[in-house]
Design a protein around this ligand. Structure first.
Ligand SMILES: [Zn+2]
Length: 408
């Protein structure tokens, strides 16, 4: 039975693959380059692609069948957050987008009593315009620019006034918010019944902290802008795959490997056998008490290096450094144009900075030194290197704000 369901989904994915290789220039040009005939292919013969396949490919990602809708401005679009300013635009046809979200909404209601009409508050990437916040229907959107301590009171006040029923939070943001609320003993708005995590690997201590501080239900939602929801956590703690929305495979010889996605809904800009480099494992025979028979995805921490590690075994989220830079930028009118912070050892950090003004360079070096030593200890070594421009990683097209390169 389970095998049959898997085959059914794989056939749907194969149909989408053939559609993409017929209608999307990026794919059919690729097949031509490989000398492959996708028309006759079985699913395993469809090429697996990674992030580099999509970088700066512009409109060739769009299906030719949707060009006229695109030209009429009828496609929904959003940008994936690139820290370099170079964004990839993601397009959806409206009805397909609605369909891709249907299961997620059904489960939100079934598991946690959350309805589309419930008031929601979420954070959006700071490079999406300069607004600090905006309200749209029953949603309050706050800019990630506000994730600095000076603004936390304002954030919590905005949330208090808005009275949301639920929040969508990235674990890193949840972390710093909770720390602040605990430190200042602020009251959490008691309208909040549910927090949904998304966007980063969720560490259990972060969830525990959120439950403690917000006293509400939580769930993890694993998704991406290109396919929407990939898997959603039930109250039993199992991340069930959204099998009607996406076909998920694990690449590699082992049971654990890299996650590979094929959209079953987005025909305007289809992802086909896309290896997103997150790590996971699929469990097929989970008889979950929640009643959901879909396979369960186990996410693995992988190479995520979002944490600043300390010798005593504690860790601090990289948001700590990002906040520090944002704060300096707020005071100095955006003097730091680009940055990357590397942890080389327990007490050794490199700061790569792009700053135009010579006086700014000296001022910022002083401020950084003070702040890092105060936070990480007087014996911390920091090296600052200036560049004209920091280039994104070729493979991901993104510039990681923080990287931990310690050999552990
Ligand atoms: Zn379940």
């Amino acid at each position: 039975m389970i095998q049959k369901d898997k085959m059914k989904n794989q056939n749907k994915a194969l149909e989408m693959a053939k559609y993409a290789y017929q209608n999307v220039p990026l794919y059919y040009n690729y097949a031509e380059k490989l000398g492959k005939n996708i028309e006759q292919a079985v699913f395993e013969e469809i090429p697996v692609v990674d992030k580099s396949f999509f970088i700066e490919k512009g409109m060739s990602l769009l299906s030719t069948r949707y060009i006229s809708k695109y030209l009429q401005g009828k496609l929904i679009y959003s940008r994936t957050s690139g820290s370099t300013g170079k964004c990839t635009e993601v397009f959806w046809e409206e009805q397909e987008e609605i369909k891709s979200m249907l299961s997620l909404w059904l489960y939100r209601k079934k598991y946690y009593g959350i309805l589309p009409s419930d008031k929601l508050c979420y954070f959006y990437p700071a490079d999406d315009g300069s607004l600090e916040c905006f309200e749209e229907k029953n949603r309050l959107a706050l800019s990630k620019m506000l994730i600095i301590e000076e603004k936390f009171d304002a954030i919590i006040e905005k949330i208090e006034v808005f009275q949301p029923i639920w929040l969508i939070l990235q674990p890193g943001i949840a972390c710093v918010l909770c720390e602040y609320i605990e430190k200042t003993k602020r009251k959490v708005p008691d309208s909040i019944r549910y927090v949904e995590f998304t966007g980063e690997y969720l560490e259990e201590p972060v969830r525990k902290k959120v439950i403690e501080v917000f006293r509400c239900k939580t769930a993890n939602q694993y998704g991406s802008k290109e396919v929407n929801s990939i898997a959603y956590e039930c109250p039993e703690g199992n991340l069930h795959i959204m099998e009607d929305n996406v076909f998920v495979e694990i690449q590699g010889e082992e049971e654990e490997g890299e996650i590979c996605l094929t959209t079953l809904q987005n025909k305007a800009m289809p992802l086909v056998r896309f290896n997103n480099e997150d790590r996971g494992q699929i469990l097929h025979h989970v008889n979950c008490p929640c009643g959901n028979r879909n396979a369960v995805l186990k996410l693995l921490a992988g190479r995520s290096n979002d944490w600043i590690l300390r010798e005593d075994g504690t860790k601090v989220h990289a948001y700590f450094f990002i906040q520090m830079i944002q704060k300096i930028n707020l005071q100095m009118d955006g003097a730091i144009l680009q940055f990357q912070i590397i942890q080389k050892d327990w007490k050794s950090f490199d700061f790569y900075l792009v700053i135009e003004d010579e006086q700014d360079k000296r001022d910022i070096a002083d401020i950084l030194l003070d702040k890092v030593l105060a936070a990480m200890g007087d014996d911390t070594e920091i090296q600052i290197q200036y560049y004209d421009k920091l280039l994104p990683e070729k493979k991901t097209g993104k510039l990681a704000c923080f990287r931990n390169v310690m050999q552990l």
